[in-house]
Design a protein around this ligand. Structure first.
Ligand SMILES: [Zn+2]
Length: 257
């Protein structure tokens, strides 16, 4: 990280256009300097992590031959558009044993539509996924931040927290669920017609890796179906019938791979 440059000059007498030009020149000089460093300044941890990533990718390539890629080399036909949080503890293998080619995933802090609306639209409108799944999660840092005072955060971070509409002071599960429900409401308003004719089903869920909801650690708890949030009414829906069967396994619809 670069600290405030010690050589910063007093620009109080310079007009705005000149200031902007000077800033652009300084940025360019810094960019060239950073590029000239190569990896001399790199944290050793970065090397270790990159090594791991390259090795894991090599193993992935060895394990997966052309058969693995054949179903989607010429195009994608995902079954669902998924909006989830960027949190490192939330990953697709918790929801899909074979996510490749299967899930069109949008990730951002707080699993929001507002901060990635075009990406969500792409999944729903261009890829025509019949399911839009919005996944919040236990212990969400974005919810915690949005429930508190985040005035000291940078502009870009503040922008992505401003769109999380929850009450101040409650960073817990009720706010996590409220945020998911807000996203479902937004999606319903956006794709009302598609939902009404049955082309799109919007589902809100919480991935509970801490077992805060006491439904089992790691459970994807469905809390909203097309705006319905009453657990009894959700449980009665044909859509969720048999999902919590005695074998604990959901029946997977026919897939294309
Ligand atoms: Zn989160």
């Amino acid at each position: 990280m670069l600290a405030a440059p010690a050589w910063a000059v007093d620009m109080s007498g310079v007009d705005a256009a000149d200031k902007e030009r000077i800033r652009a020149i300084v940025k360019e000089v810094l960019r060239e300097y950073a590029a000239s460093l190569g990896d001399r300044q790199a944290d050793p941890a970065a090397k270790e992590v990159l090594r791991n990533i390259v090795r894991d990718n090599r193993n992935f390539m060895r394990k997966n031959g052309p058969d693995h890629f054949a179903p989607f080399v010429d195009g994608q036909h995902p079954r669902a558009t998924v909006i989830t949080c960027s949190d490192s503890r939330v990953h697709m293998q918790a929801l899909d044993a074979t996510p490749d080619g299967d899930l069109f995933v949008i990730r951002n802090i707080g699993n929001q539509i507002a901060t990635a609306e075009g990406s969500v639209e792409y999944g729903v409108h261009h890829l025509h996924t019949p399911l839009l799944l919005i996944v919040g999660h236990s212990a969400c840092g974005a919810i915690k931040a949005a429930a508190g005072d985040y005035g000291q955060e940078s502009g870009p971070i503040r922008n992505e927290l401003d769109t999380i509409q929850i009450p101040k002071g409650d960073p817990g599960m009720s706010s996590i669920a409220l945020n998911v429900n807000n996203q479902v409401r937004r999606a319903m308003a956006k794709w009302e017609e598609e939902v009404i004719v049955g082309k799109l089903t919007v589902v809100g869920a919480v991935y509970d890796f801490r077992n805060d909801l006491k439904r089992g650690q790691g459970k994807l708890v469905i809390i909203n179906v097309n705006g319905e949030t009453d657990p009894a009414k959700i449980a009665a829906l044909d859509l969720v019938q048999g999902l919590d069967g005695p074998d604990g396994k959901a029946r997977k619809p026919a897939t294309h791979h």
